[in-house]
Write a protein that binds this ligand. Structure first.
Ligand code: IMP
Ligand code: MG
Length: 194
């Protein structure tokens, strides 16, 4: 599993200083992750809860590799990030529209960082009495954990660097980059965004 990859200059999006996970790495890993998930659930139906906005691209691509019956819902969490650091407490915004009681729930997020977001949502889901709750994240920055939390399925372990692309944002930008990498430092807080 690559934690860093050096790409030819013409494959490096202009906003990025370096690429940590290439588009090809993502494609290959998602195929395997989808197969692992499908194997674990057997022929059971899965109720997927995606944490938006960050998990939108990952969820859309991953679900194409899972052939179980799937129901899909989304949950939004208030941003508690100040620039590139977590501050305060996350809060769940709005409501789920699907009933989770007696269902096998798979919660999907883009990245596991301090662990606060997923532990909050898992706690909330458990109160709804699902048959099971598992979690799946594309990226895991294990070194940054502030609350104890491990995901059941992880795409890539990455070092403690602030990353963007493939759903991950900086101030809502860069979610559409096809790969994941470190943003150039002069693009953090540019004056034209004020
Ligand atoms: P946690 O609650 O600290 O685990 O943070 C999870 C949330 O913080 C993720 O869903 C992301 O929205 C955001 N986040 C954490 N690290 C990064 C990063 O490197 N880039 C972009 N967003 C991040
Ligand atoms: Mg997020």
């Amino acid at each position: 599993m690559p934690s860093s990859a050096v790409l030819p200059a013409n494959d490096l999006p202009a906003a990025l200083e370096s690429v940590l996970v290439s588009e090809a790495d993502i494609k290959n890993r998602l195929r395997k992750l989808g197969a692992e998930i499908a194997a674990l659930y057997g022929d059971q139906e899965i109720t997927v809860v995606a944490v938006i906005n960050g998990a939108i691209l990952f969820t859309a691509d991953l679900l194409r590799h899972i052939d179980n019956p799937v129901r899909l819902d989304c949950i939004r969490v208030s941003s508690y990030r100040n620039e590139t650091k977590s501050t305060g407490k996350p809060q769940v915004l709005g409501h789920l529209s699907l009933d989770l009681a007696n269902r096998h729930v798979l919660l999907i997020d883009d990245i596991l960082d301090t662990g606060k977001t997923l532990s909050l949502i898992v706690g909330m889901i458990k109160k709804l009495q699902p048959a099971s709750v598992r979690t799946c994240v594309l990226l895991d920055k294990r070194g940054r954990r502030e609350v104890e939390f491990e995901a059941d399925f992880v795409g890539f372990q990455i070092p403690d660097k602030f990353v963007v692309g493939y759903g991950l944002d900086y101030a809502e930008r860069y979610r559409n980059l096809p790969c994941i990498g470190v943003l150039k430092s002069h693009l953090q807080n540019p004056p034209e965004w004020a």
